[in-house]
Design a protein around this ligand. Structure first.
Ligand code: NA7
Length: 535
């Protein structure tokens, strides 16, 4: 239809999740001609696609929300401490309505191509509907856990029953009551969805390749008094979060594990365990860098898990033995381990009993044929680089992103990729995004990018791109920071280890949101020395 080829935009923002939605709204507010493009039929991003039962955020609702508008913050009421997908999605839809953001978007439109034009210093963006749009800048807010993995299991397409992906759960829901269900994958998604499916299933079988740590989510409704108190102190809460390591107001205990007595350690771990969720990742400041400290926390968690499971052999399979605790993101669950005590729920340890093939009626392992009515894939994502690489933008001199990333992804501060002028990536490799509160992280990312765009516009700068040396240094720095920790000892998606053939590079910046943000502030205050700006 080439519907947009005549319009020249200042900026195209791809994605309508937390980041894209914020970016489109603020670009429009700044007077830019902005176009948003979103593959889904509505705003929401992660919270649009991941509609599986039990989908919930592990960051408290009152923190996992925008901070930019005091009235929005004061008027929205979060019902629960940890919000479920429908509520987060409703919140993002509310934001879109409230600020009239949808009018800038094309929904149901997937960006399939993007190419930089040297002579005009503009981008041409192509979509699966046959449109081409032109703009000076392009911003990819395409998500870091948005490109689902479809595992390559022999026979998968011969299965005659229902096939579901947690990351593409049908909008109308799925009626799995009374069915024999297989769940493949035991990351956050598998661990969240399984107990809910088990409730009404005839049988539920979990196929586990690697066990993960999960901490119970102590979810409950906010009381009116709590909500009032949070509203009254919101500015302070946000202030505290704005340069905090995980962009939340929570602090870790300051004393190292080994400087505490055993009783003090136990009390600290018990407290964090009960507070729940990802906070258990931060009981002691040395827990992610000192193996002895990590062992203390890990043994505590192991005992907690073991105590919930009646069958010692099942417990042994469910307790991780392949990574220090916290070096893969700790999951949060409601009744995951307890679920295995039910007669109709079972675990298949794929390390011992691999899948041979999927058949029309079920799954055949090396030992047996198991019959299923439905297979649920909770098999994760091509994290951090997957979405952008699937578009595979073409930068200056015709270079493709997959060529630029042949030896692993290289970015400067996550925003800029050498060879790709006027293109920005958001919450990407080189940022602490996946280790921080994504709502505030997204605000920081788009504020920074829009300020740079403004800087260029007011100075007639037609072209801005990350310098090769600054990107090299930043990318090396990511690895240096990670090398000082235990994170490099896990085959995690942080390292790209979950995707066959993916280059192993530690992708997130794990020096904390505050340090990262200060680094970005300095770059801006110094006039963007890590970038080449030209007219
Ligand atoms: P994750 O955490 O990447 O989990 C995916 C799971 O699927 C994990 O247990 C994988 O095992 C498993 N998997 C992947 N491929 C296969 C195959 N072929 N066979 C068996 N098992 C497989 O994704 P989630 O969606 O759960 O969570 C992603 C993030 O979202 C999470 O960290 C939170 O930040 C929110 P593996 O560990 O690779 O052996």
């Amino acid at each position: 239809s080439n519907s947009g080829s005549d319009t020249r935009y200042d900026v195209i923002i791809v994605g309508a999740g937390f980041a894209g939605l914020y970016g489109v709204h603020h670009a429009a507010r700044a007077g830019l001609r902005v176009l948003g493009i979103e593959a889904g039929d509505d705003v929401g991003g992660t919270w649009y696609w991941n509609r599986y039962p039990g989908a919930r955020c592990d960051v408290e609702s009152v923190d996992y929300s925008y901070s930019f508008d005091a009235q929005l913050q004061q008027s929205w009421t979060w019902t629960e401490r940890f919000a479920a997908q429908p509520e987060i999605h409703a919140y993002l839809r509310h934001v879109a309505d409230r600020f009239d953001v949808r009018r800038h978007y094309r929904f149901g439109t997937r960006v399939t191509a993007a190419e930089f034009d040297e002579t005009t210093s503009t981008w041409t963006v192509g979509t699966d509907r046959g449109d081409t749009f032109r703009s000076r800048f392009v911003v990819f807010a395409t998500g870091c856990l948005s490109e689902p993995i479809r595992p390559d299991i022999p026979g998968a397409n011969t299965f005659a029953g229902e096939e579901l992906f947690t990351a593409r759960w049908p909008e109308a829901g799925a009626d799995l009551a009374g069915k024999r269900i297989a769940v493949i994958g035991t990351g956050s998604s598998g661990i969240q969805v399984s107990p809910l499916l088990a409730r009404d299933a005839t049988s539920l079988t979990v196929f586990q390749r690697s066990p993960n740590y999960s901490v119970p989510m102590p979810n409950r409704p906010w009381t009116e008094a709590e909500m009032r108190q949070i509203r009254e102190t919101y500015p302070q809460r946000r202030e505290k979060s704005s340069y905090a390591p995980a962009a939340t107001p929570h602090e870790s205990i300051q004393t190292k594990a080994r400087e505490l007595s055993e009783d003090e350690r136990l009390a600290a771990m018990e407290q964090r365990w009960n507070e729940g969720g990802v906070l258990f990742n931060k009981v002691f400041p040395d827990q992610n860098s000192d193996m002895a400290a990590n062992d203390i926390v890990r043994e505590f968690a192991d005992a907690k898990i073991r105590a919930k499971i009646a069958d010692a052999a099942v417990a042994a399979d469910l307790i991780p033995n392949d990574h220090p605790i916290g070096t893969k993101r700790i999951c949060t669950d409601v009744g995951y381990y307890e679920m295995f005590n039910q007669e109709h729920v079972s675990l298949v340890n794929l390390r011992r009993e691999p899948i041979e093939e999927i058949t029309a009626t079920g799954i055949r392992t090396v030992d047996r044929q198991l019959e299923f009515d439905a297979i649920v894939y909770a098999t994760g994502f091509d994290a951090m680089t997957g979405a952008l690489l699937s578009i595979d933008p073409k930068g200056a001199n015709g270079i493709r992103l997959h060529e630029a990333f042949a030896d692993g992804p290289v970015t400067y501060l996550g925003f800029g990729i050498p060879g790709f002028p006027n293109m920005f990536s958001v919450n990407s490799v080189g940022t602490p995004s996946v280790m921080a509160n994504m709502a505030l992280h997204s605000e920081q990312q788009l504020d920074w990018i829009l300020a740079l765009i403004e800087h260029c516009r007011t100075r007639d700068i037609a072209r801005v791109q990350a310098r090769t040396e600054s990107a090299r240094e930043w990318t090396d720095h990511l690895m240096e920071v990670a090398a000082g920790t235990l994170f490099v000892r896990a085959n995690s998606w942080y390292l790209g280890a979950n995707v066959e053939g993916k280059k192993r590079v530690f992708m997130p910046y794990i020096g904390g949101f505050g340090n990262y943000r200060r680094r970005c502030d300095t770059e801006r205050e110094n006039g963007y020395p890590g970038f080449e700006l030209s007219r």
